[in-house]
Write a protein that binds this ligand. Structure first.
Ligand SMILES: Nc1ncnc2c1ncn2[C@@H]1O[C@H](COP(=O)(O)OP(=O)(O)OP(=O)(O)O)[C@@H](O)[C@H]1O
Ligand SMILES: [Mg+2]
Length: 361
């Protein structure tokens, strides 16, 4: 076992004029990790990031970085790199001057600082001889300058608040990959705020899912996807997210759906469904790619195809059964001959939640 984690957040609370933005946040980040804070608007992501940066003071709690308590350290003494959604470049300074800014603040000598500027601009894929001002650059280029400025000081922590949100879809996809590659090359411990679950899944070693000022789950992307801790996470993570079906486990080998239909899952699922206790109102999470479609066979749930989306490599079939919509991902090569289909449950154990609390059973 190693000692304490590189970044350690303990019992951090924050209220704005009596309304609680962060309840009681505990979070550990290993050195060199890429972590995302993921959640819907208003859940407290930026508040937590700003507390880490020292731009906001927590009402209580403690932050340790590399073994030292930094809770009361002013921002400029934390050695943290910051990147914002709107780039926040100095418009009157050239690109090189922007990147040099933090180095001058540190009192670094001219020759060394200029070398560091070259390195940092090259690292983000910009030409160091670029003599323009920020206003003459595209959004993607401006964000690269902001990232170069943040990493030029060789920060102990790189904090980014929605760094890709202002970029168009194609660029967003490209730059997110570049961010991960940059992280892997520099090894800088990185925390990124995002409300885009695909972005978090694609870039992060671990994701902290937040809702209403709390961290609901903090796991590797694969775990978050395969074993969500709450129904909210199952319905939030994934594109499209998991189907959440209300049902009552009416026995070890059948489930009664909300509309009264009985679905008999494959035998392999029975023990898990049984564990949900007979008669208990549950939600079952079914990933679109784990369901299969057929026209005959035992254990299929009759459904009607409402729409089919072609996505190039696959198709999304949106089917209705009773009052419920279920999305299924099938291969693009699979044909849907008739709108009347049978849905077959997944072969692996399903994830079930309590219908009232949304917590995992
Ligand atoms: N300066 C402030 N004064 C009062 N309330 C604030 C202030 N800043 C944030 N809040 C409130 O605190 C809560 C958390 O805000 P925060 O900005 O951390 O959310 P967020 O997760 O970053 O949201 P978004 O995705 O929209 O940026 C929200 O309810 C917000 O309205
Ligand atoms: Mg925010």
């Amino acid at each position: 076992m190693t000692g304490s984690p590189y970044l350690r957040i303990r019992s951090v609370q924050k209220s704005y004029k009596g309304s609680v933005a962060l309840h009681d946040i505990d979070l550990d980040v290993e050195q060199g990790a890429f972590v995302s804070l993921l959640g819907p608007s208003g859940c407290g992501k930026s508040t937590l990031l700003q507390i880490l940066a020292g731009l906001l003071e927590p009402d209580r709690g403690q932050i340790q970085l590399d073994g030292a308590d930094i809770t009361n350290l002013p921002p400029w003494r934390r050695n943290i790199g910051l990147v914002f959604q709107n780039y926040a470049l100095f418009p009157h300074l050239s690109i090189r001057q922007n990147v040099r800014f933090g180095l001058d603040m540190l009192g670094m000598g001219r020759v060394e600082a200029e070398k560091r500027v070259d390195e940092s601009l090259e690292m983000v894929g910009l030409d160091p001889s670029l003599s323009r001002r920020p206003g003459e650059l595209s959004g993607g280029q401006q964000q690269r300058v902001a990232i170069a400025r943040a990493i030029a000081i060789r920060p102990r922590l790189l904090l980014m608040d929605e760094p890709l949100s202002n970029l168009d879809a194609v660029l967003r996809h490209k730059v997110r990959l570049e961010l991960r590659e940059l992280h892997d090359r520099t090894g800088i411990t990185t925390i990124m705020v995002t409300h885009d679950q695909a972005e978090a899944l694609a870039t992060s070693d671990r994701i902290a899912v937040m809702q209403s000022g709390r961290i609901l789950q903090y796991e590797a992307p694969e775990t978050l996807y395969g074993a969500p801790a709450t129904a909210f996470i199952a319905g939030f993570v994934g594109s499209p997210p998991a189907n959440l079906l209300p049902l009552t486990a009416s026995g070890p080998d059948n489930w009664t759906l909300a509309d009264g239909q009985v679905w008999q899952p494959a035998a392999v699922l029975a023990p898990k469904a049984n564990g949900a206790q007979s008669g208990r109102a549950c939600l079952i999470a079914l990933r679109p790619e784990t369901l299969t479609i057929g026209t005959s066979g035992d254990g299929g749930l009759p459904a009607r195809v409402a729409a089919v989306e072609f996505n190039g490599g696959d198709r999304l079939v949106h089917a209705e059964t009773g009052g419920t919509r279920i999305t299924v991902r099938i291969a693009a090569s699979q044909a849907i001959a008739s709108p009347d289909i049978l849905l077959f449950p997944p072969q692996q154990a399903p994830v079930l939640f309590d219908a009232t609390t949304g917590t995992r059973l």
